[in-house]
Design a protein around this ligand. Structure first.
Ligand SMILES: Nc1ncnc2c1ncn2[C@@H]1O[C@H](COP(=O)(O)OP(=O)(O)OP(=O)(O)O)[C@@H](O)[C@H]1O
Length: 584
């Protein structure tokens, strides 16, 4: 029941639609009461032989007329109540999606994709049912149930009504107990579904790896186990589900039994006519639905309650990147002053970066190199404020990154990530992702800069070629260059390339870097790379070792200094020469 209080904001917002729906339901309930009474009068007319043909025609006409009106009204309340509940689903999905887009990377480390998908689909559906079927069942049960009981008591016999309905409190107690049981079990079933969803997502995503290692059978067993767990949890829910109907049927049966036994005595005593008893039975028949509705209500509402708790748990997770009040709304020019004393991912974890201090003027190029795991990507994340420095600060144009509005930083930076992702859309649409209004000339220009234009022209559909899951398979290098073009189109002041040239050959890499250098735009470029030739032209190169700057300077300075950079550079040059020799 508490879920109704939790959803009060929605009911308040759409009270008109709900009030109209409930009013229509009330009329439906009232009209449903007329036919039993008419039937009772007809039966009495037959019993005392007073029924005339015209009275019979009138009675049949009245019942048919009511049936037609009920048909229309039932359509109307469905539209008003169920239609409005769809709006709740839309609102929650929208809130979830907006929340997802605002959450930092740490949120996605904690929550799996399958879990978030389950919350956005299954749980939203369960909450929607609360605002639809939940409202209907409780309103109908109270309105129709109440009216029928009052009519039975007032127009036929309150004594017989009282005796007949004696089993009802047992039903109320049992269904409320089942509801509580269902709440717990349904929450468990939804959590199991999240795990299943994630397993499906990972299994399909990792199918190539599974096949490459010949682990199909093991994966099938793992999947079967997860699936069996979901079945087990849902069976637990189904066992409670299955208790509702038999309980209600027994209660209804007991009511009928009491009505027959006591009602017959009343007729035999002359306290009631046979027609009134017939009407009483028809009214009792009308009570079957409200009783079932009460059972359904507890069922639907407890599911909705469990699901809404899961949705709120996701929505209540706060981003650790907080925008200050009255944050700066400035056009960032691209000068960097980095004063990181320490950074660690968790308060009790080890420092991932330590004493990283450097200055990069506007329009400069920074190359960050180092062994894998030395902290390159972490440094990039700190610069873009997707995570916050633990000790120290990062200044952009002289102001702390924490002082800016988050949108200013997002607008200033353009990232080409290590793991590129293309949507199932055309190449042109993928490139224009951050600027959908871009002209084809603009799209072609950035694709030329990223050295992918020629490749695209080779596809039969050119820029209209569909890529992504449902489209053509692009090579790693083509995907990387399309990702670069996409970022360039957003025209960032600070371009961040996180090992973004790893899948292109040395010649193409050189051409892309040349093109970026000769661009008219004064852009600050920050790149990480494993192939040192990619950053050799940078105005400042940092060598990271276990999160500390072990060397810094220009290529020439570092070559003079000796150490890791010189060693690695010479080794890579040698490897490349050997490779080229081998290819000739
Ligand atoms: N979200 C995270 N939570 C906790 N530790 C992390 C997280 N991301 C990275 N790390 C750890 O921080 C260290 C630096 O990782 P980072 O990805 O910055 O290195 P890198 O130099 O970019 O590596 P690579 O060259 O392989 O991309 C690693 O030890 C890594 O395990």
């Amino acid at each position: 029941m508490r879920v109704f209080v939790d959803l009060n904001w929605f009911f308040k917002k759409h009270w008109r639609a709900y009030a109209s729906g409930i009013a229509v339901l009330a009329v439906v309930s009232f009209l449903s009461l007329i036919p039993p009474r008419v039937i009772g009068e007809v039966v009495d007319g037959i019993a005392d032989a007073s029924l005339t043909p015209s009275a019979l025609v009138n009675a049949v006409g009245l019942i048919l007329g009511i049936a037609v009106v009920l048909y229309i009204l039932r359509f109307l309340w469905r539209l008003l109540i169920f239609g409005t509940s769809l709006k709740l689903a839309r609102q929650i999905r929208f809130d979830l999606y907006r929340h997802f887009t605002n959450m930092p990377a740490s949120f996605y480390h904690k929550r799996t994709t399958g879990d978030l998908m389950a919350v956005s689909t299954n749980d939203v559906r369960a909450v929607q049912a609360t605002a639809g079927e939940g409202v209907l069942t409780i309103v109908d049960a109270c309105l129709l149930g109440g009216m029928v009981v009052v009519t039975m008591a007032v127009s036929i016999s309150w004594q017989l009504t009282f005796i007949t309905l004696l089993p009802l409190p047992f039903m109320a107690l049992l269904t409320s107990y089942y509801g509580k049981l269902l709440h717990r079990r349904f929450a468990g079933a939804q959590a199991a579904f999240s795990v299943l969803n994630n397993t499906v997502q990972e299994s399909i995503g990792g199918m190539k790896v599974t096949k490459a290692f010949g682990r199909e059978q093991e994966e099938v067993s793992r999947f079967a186990k997860t699936s069996a767990h979901v079945v087990e949890k849902n069976m637990a829910v189904a066992r409670v589900d299955a208790l509702f109907d038999p309980t209600i049927t027994i209660v209804i049966g007991s009511c009928y039994l009491l009505a027959v036994a006591v009602g017959s005595l009343f007729v035999a005593d002359g306290a009631m006519t046979i027609g009134q008893l017939t009407s009483f039975f028809v009214y009792l028949g009308l009570l079957i639905w409200p009783m079932l509705a009460i059972g359904m209500f507890f069922n639907v509402v407890e599911r909705g309650h469990a699901s809404y708790d899961r949705i709120r748990a996701v929505l209540n997770e706060k981003s650790d990147i907080i925008e200050r009040e009255q944050a700066l709304d400035l056009d960032i020019q691209g000068e960097l002053d980095v004063r990181i004393d320490a950074f660690r991912y968790s308060p009790d974890g080890a420092n991932v970066l330590e004493n990283v201090h450097f200055h990069l003027p506007k329009g400069g190029t920074l190359g960050i190199v180092g062994r894998t795991g030395s902290g390159k990507t972490t440094l990039l994340s700190l610069l873009q404020r997707t995570i916050d420095v633990t000790e120290g600060d990062i200044l952009l144009d002289g102001h702390s990154v924490r002082a800016y509005q988050l949108s200013c930083i997002k607008d200033a930076f353009g990232l080409v990530p290590q793991e590129h992702f293309l949507f199932s859309a055309t190449i042109a649409e993928n490139v224009a992702f951050a600027k959908p209004e871009a002209s084809i000339a603009e799209i072609v220009a950035v694709c030329k800069l990223a050295q992918v234009h020629e490749d695209i022209l080779r596809f039969p559909a050119g820029y209209d070629t569909i890529v992504g899951e449902r489209g053509v398979t692009l090579s790693g290098g083509q995907k990387q260059r399309i990702s670069i073009a996409r970022t360039l189109l957003s025209d960032p002041t600070l371009l961040v390339l996180d090992d973004a040239l790893s899948a292109v050959d040395a010649k193409t890499e050189e051409a892309i870097l040349q093109a970026l250098q000769t661009e008219k735009r004064e852009r600050t470029i920050i790149m990480t790379a494993h192939r040192l030739s990619a950053i050799s032209h940078a105005s400042l190169i940092l060598v990271l070792e276990d999160g500390k700057v072990s060397q810094s300077g220009t290529h020439a300075e570092l070559m003079q200094q000796g150490g890791w950079y010189k060693e690695m550079y010479e080794r890579q040059q040698l490897e490349s020469a050997v490779e080229q020799g081998g290819n000739e």
